[in-house]
Every structure is written in structure tokens, then in C-alpha cells.
Design a protein around this ligand. Structure first.
Ligand SMILES: [Zn+2]
Length: 68
């Protein structure tokens, strides 16, 4: 299963979870710290970074946001 990075909107922790695509789509991802399901998932920034076409000249990709 792929590893997805989330950030928790409830407690602010960054969490990495192994989820199948079906689980991801069902929204079963849950914060291991506070058990909240209010997670900001990979659909917001990571998929944009991974799936976006090459940036037009002049805009610099910011693909390292959130990485440590
Ligand atoms: Zn949390």
C-alpha cells in the first residue's frame, strides 16, 4: 500500500499512513495522535506536486514544502 502524508487539522501533527486507494477515498484516514479524521490529505498538495505538468517558465516548483 502506498504511504500517504497527512497533516492533522485538529492537533497539527504530520502523520504518514499506509492506505489503499479505496481507504483513502472513503476517508478512513485517522490521526494516530488525537484520533481525529480531520486530516489534510495528499489531495491538497502532494498530488499537485506529483501530477502537475511541468511548471511554466518563471514559476518555481515548491515541492519541498512540508518535508523535513
Ligand atoms: Zn491529530
Amino acid at each position: 500500500m502506498p504511504l500517504y502524508s497527512f497533516s492533522c487539522n485538529n492537533c497539527g501533527q504530520e502523520v504518514d499512513l499506509f492506505l489503499s486507494l479505496g481507504e483513502l477515498n472513503r476517508g478512513v484516514a485517522q490521526c494516530p495522535y488525537c484520533q481525529s479524521r480531520d486530516l489534510k490529505g495528499p489531495g491538497q498538495d502532494q498530488m499537485a506536486a506529483a501530477g502537475a505538468s511541468p511548471s511554466p517558465a518563471g514559476s518555481r516548483p515548491s515541492c519541498v514544502i512540508g518535508q523535513k
